[in-house]
Design a protein around this ligand. Sequence first.
Ligand SMILES: [Zn+2]
Length: 220
Amino acid sequence: MADPVRSPTTTPEAVLATAQRMLADGLVEGTSGNISGRLDGGRVCLSPSSVPYDTMTLDDLVIVDLDGTVVDGERAPTTEKDLHLAALRRYPELGAVIHTHAVYATMFALAHEAIPAVIEEVVVYVGGDVPCCDYRGTGSVELGEEVASHLADRGAALLANHGLVTCGPSPETALHNAALVERTAKIVWGARAMGATIHPLPERVNRDMAGVYRYVRDNP
Ligand SMILES: [Zn+2]
C-alpha cells in the first residue's frame, strides 16, 4: 500500500497575505470571493463573511475543523465554506482553495464552457482544460460536492453561472492558478474575438504535461 499523503499546511498569515494579493491583482472586488488554507491539526483557516479585503486582519480570519465547526475566531466564516472544505476533505494533497468571480473566467462559466488548455503552462499548473461544473446553488453543500468531484486531476474548475475555484498545495499556488486561468480565459476570448481558429496542443504534449501536473500534485 502506498504511503498516505502528508497534507501540506500553511499559516493564517499566509492566508491573509494571499487574500490581499487577490484584491491587489484584480481577481476579487469588495467582499466577493474567499480563500482557505489547511493548518496543522486538521484545522482550516477561512476568510470571513462580509469583510472587505483591504481592512481584513488576522483577527477576522476564522478557524474551523474539516466538518466546518468553528474552533477559533469571532466572525462567521465565508458562506462558501463547503466549497473549500469539500475539496480539502477529499484531497489530502491539497492545502488551499481560492474562489473568485474573475471576469473572463466567469464569462466561460456563464456559457457553461470549459476554458481550453491551449497554452502549455495551463496543462502543467492546472492539469488540462478547466471544466465547468453543473449548476448548484451558491453556498450549498451540493455545490461543494459538485466542484470537488471535478478537482481530482485539476487545479481549477468553473462554477456554472457563478465563477472560478482554484486549488493547490499552498495559498500562493492557488492564487497563481487563479491568475493563470483568468489570463488564459482572457486570451482565448480575445483570440475568438479576432475570429481566429484556436488550435489545440499536440496530444503528446498534453499527456506529458498532465503527467507533470500529476507528479507535482502527488508530491506536495
Ligand atoms: Zn462566489
